[in-house]
Design a protein around this ligand. Structure first.
Ligand code: RI2
Length: 308
């Protein structure tokens, strides 16, 4: 699939999920490099850079997309032939995709240790990382049940309920506004991440911060499942995470309210680190306050000081 196509599908949410959009963008860049038959490095570079910019612009919030795309261009600035450049880009894309899949497996294993037999777990939206943890714990023989929020307006909770039901995990769907009502009976909240800032704040599906607030009040453990490529090197430079706002029609249909009614549709929010007990990453279970070290150690050389 072309980078233009993938960017369009990411924008329309046909391809979604913070890790998935990063993998699909890397794959699109690989295919674009692979398809180039010419010998002109300058031409290849400019085509690739155009696709890079298009893919990065397709969704603004999840840093995984940016990190994944940057990784594809790692160590390419000094290459002198189209063949070398093409091979490097393809290899980088494969490495990123492979590492991201491995990270998911490791997160599943580490996170599963946090689920106990008999637990009642809540999850919000549809996170492959959070689901990997529940799938692994279930495969280990632990028995627990899950409450999945509907996650308006896109209703990714329906996907989660299907994913969990297919694994045989008992799941109850609730509307987002029922979160506090059921929280008092729960043991654990498991959510994914779109971005983790250098101060440990979590940017995730809209409503996550309300879930965290309710968990904090009820003293329910709030755990984030996130690959290290969800941590944002850009926040180290002081950059604020851009919260995507989507179309009003995702909330109200045309004609449902008079034109003077404004509709505000932010699709992510920020949960402060003090509401987060731990973050399960592929390099270990860490406190949110370790975000800075993760960025410097895991992403530092590759992303921070490399202008490629
Ligand atoms: P994984 C999703 O965003 C949700 O916010 C979810 O928590 C996050 O990506 C992480 O997903 P959207 O694409 O990478 O539904 O864990 O807006 O699958």
């Amino acid at each position: 699939m072309s980078a233009d196509d993938v960017a369009e599908r990411i924008k329309s949410m046909e391809i979604r999920g913070a890790a998935e959009i990063a993998r699909r963008a890397a794959q699109a860049l690989k295919e674009e490099a692979e398809a180039y038959q010419g010998k002109d490095l300058k031409e290849l570079r400019s085509r690739m850079e155009r696709s890079r910019d298009l893919l990065i612009a397709s969704r603004p919030t999840a840093i995984s997309l940016w990190n994944g795309v940057q990784y594809v261009f790692k160590d390419t600035s000094k290459l002198t032939s189209a063949e070398e450049y093409r091979a490097k880009v393809m290899d980088n894309a494969d490495t990123f995709i492979r590492r991201s899949r491995n990270a998911l497996r490791t997160i599943g294993k580490l996170g599963a240790n946090r689920i106990r037999d008999g637990d009642k777990v809540m999850t919000h939206c549809n996170s492959k990382a959070a689901i990997a943890v529940m799938a692994e714990a279930w495969a280990q023989g632990k028995r627990f049940e899950v409450f999945a929020t509907e996650s308006r307006p896109w209703r990714q909770g329906v996907l989660t309920a299907n994913d969990l039901a297919n694994l045989g995990i008992p799941v109850t769907m609730i509307v987002d506004s029922a979160v506090r009502y059921v929280m008092k009976d729960l043991d654990l909240v498991l959510v994914g991440a779109d971005t983790i800032a250098s101060n440990g704040a979590l940017i995730n599906k809209i409503g996550t911060s309300q879930v965290a607030l309710a968990a904090h009040e009820a003293r329910v453990t709030f755990t984030v499942c996130a690959e290290t490529f969800k941590f944002s090197p850009r926040t180290i430079y002081g950059e604020m995470v851009k919260i995507e706002e989507r179309d009003a029609t995702e909330i109200v249909k045309a004609g449902e309210v008079p034109p003077q009614v404004k509709v505000f549709n932010p699709v992510f929010d920020a949960t402060p680190p003090e509401y987060i007990d731990s973050i399960v990453t592929e390099i270990g279970v860490i406190p949110p306050y370790a975000a800075y070290q993760v960025i410097v150690k895991e992403l530092g050389q590759e992303f921070m000081f490399n202008e490629e």
